[in-house]
Design a binder for this molecule. Sequence first.
Ligand code: 5GP
Length: 114
Amino acid sequence: MSKTLFERICAKEIPAAIVYEDEHIVAFKDIKPMAPTHVLIIPRKPIATLEGATPEDHALLGHLLMKAPQIAAQLGLTAGGYRLVLNNGRDAGQEVPHLHLHLLAGRKLAWPPG
Ligand code: 5GP
């Protein structure tokens, strides 16, 4: 199986502006930001969608979510808040088949989403 785009970013084969990484996850700036701050937080493990996660991924997915406020704090976002988005599947607009959280902040975000 060929690597996903995001696996290649994790492996530093494709450059990205990484803002946080540890042995389980990597966070980097989105190449086409939709807000003043737009960071993608991804597991190193290439899980395509939530349906592809297994019981052994419980801790990994917890870690992904639990790290978001730490990354937000590191980026100075805590006071104004931020939005986390997980596009899961075609109708949600998922383009990259490697699970990822969008962390969006820095402007008033509309609701509901389009
Ligand atoms: P999705 O639509 O799958 O939820 O989000 C994929 C995101 O990946 C998009 O916001 C897109 O701008 C971002 N993206 C696609 N290719 C690259 C890339 O090569 N580098 C970075 N940093 N972001 C990318």
